[in-house]
Design a protein around this ligand. Structure first.
Ligand SMILES: Nc1ncnc2c1ncn2[C@@H]1O[C@H](COP(=O)(O)OP(=O)(O)OP(=O)(O)O)[C@@H](O)[C@H]1O
Length: 262
């Protein structure tokens, strides 16, 4: 399949989204490059998760054009859509594990949906993926309620990785984790991205995550996106952006050299 020469893996053009009669995105443009970690930030309710869900085809845009791997999901039949969907993995906000299934069974859900494999092979794959996300194989036989929040996120990530995707979509991966667990999760994402050559599309509120692993940032303000490196975006005059990066938390995370901010 032909992909854009500049290695754009996701292309959004003129996206307009409306929900419940409310305009959420007003002609949003975005290019995500293969192999980068891009972080989507913005105020609560600004439409970050809706953007993610629209890109992966769970919501239909009101107007505009979205291509992933050079293909427009809206123009595909169900077989084409499945082939597209199996090339990415998604970690939803709360991990979204099925509580009545063990962790291993949860990890195997996409395998059951997209591949027909013997159970023993699926068990082996689940074991490998648990190992990749830093969980022991014993975690596979546990139920989600028996795991800590950080372990549930890792299990959700293992499920997102089970089909060896090229892109992972992460919706607030560090929300609800203590700072140490959040930092460990950031490092895990960075390591996996580098070792597997993944592209990471991440919605986050976490300034430390931004600083430590995002190659570029896309800020959703006034229903549209401002995209660039952190340094580029920080120079924007928009009041929300200024408050976000230059308020006390922003200064601490960005370690702006204006004294010993803590
Ligand atoms: N299925 C839906 N139907 C109607 N409105 C929706 C739907 N999903 C989201 N919304 C609304 O769209 C807006 C954007 O929601 P979204 O979840 O994308 O925000 P967000 O930027 O991810 O916020 P947060 O940081 O608080 O998670 C909100 O006002 C939300 O209430």
């Amino acid at each position: 399949m032909m992909e854009p020469a500049n290695d754009t893996i996701i292309s959004v053009r003129g996206l307009v989204t409306q929900l419940g009669g409310r305009l959420i995105h007003d002609h949003v443009d975005l290019d995500v490059r293969r192999g980068e970690v891009i972080a989507i930030v913005g105020g609560s309710g600004s439409g970050k998760s809706v953007l993610l869900r629209t890109i992966i085809g769970l919501l239909t845009p009101h107007d505009g054009h979205i291509e992933v791997f050079g293909e427009n999901a809206a123009g595909l039949d169900s077989g084409g859509l499945r082939r597209l969907q199996r090339r990415w993995g998604v970690l939803f906000q709360d991990g979204a594990l099925y509580s009545s299934q063990t962790v291993a069974e949860n990890i195997q859900v996409p395998l059951r949906e997209y591949a027909k494999l013997p159970q023993q092979l699926m068990d082996e794959i689940a074991g490998v993926k648990l190992h990749m996300v830093g969980l022991s194989e014993d975690a596979g036989s546990k139920y989600p309620s028996e795991l800590s929040g950080g372990m549930r996120k890792r299990a959700g990530l293992a499920r997102a990785l089970v089909l060896d995707p090229e892109i992972v979509f992460l919706d607030e991966p560090t929300a609800g984790l203590d700072p140490i667990a959040a930092n460990a999760f950031d490092m895990l994402i960075r390591n996996l991205q580098q070792s597997l050559g993944l592209t990471v599309f991440m919605v986050t509120h976490d300034l430390d995550t931004l600083r430590s692993i995002a190659d570029r940032v896309a800020v959703l303000v006034n229903k549209t996106l401002k995209v660039g490196t952190i340094e580029e975006v920080m120079r924007d005059n928009d009041p929300w952006i200024q408050e976000y990066f230059s308020g006390p938390r922003g200064r601490a995370a960005m370690k702006v050299s204006d004294g010993n901010q803590s």
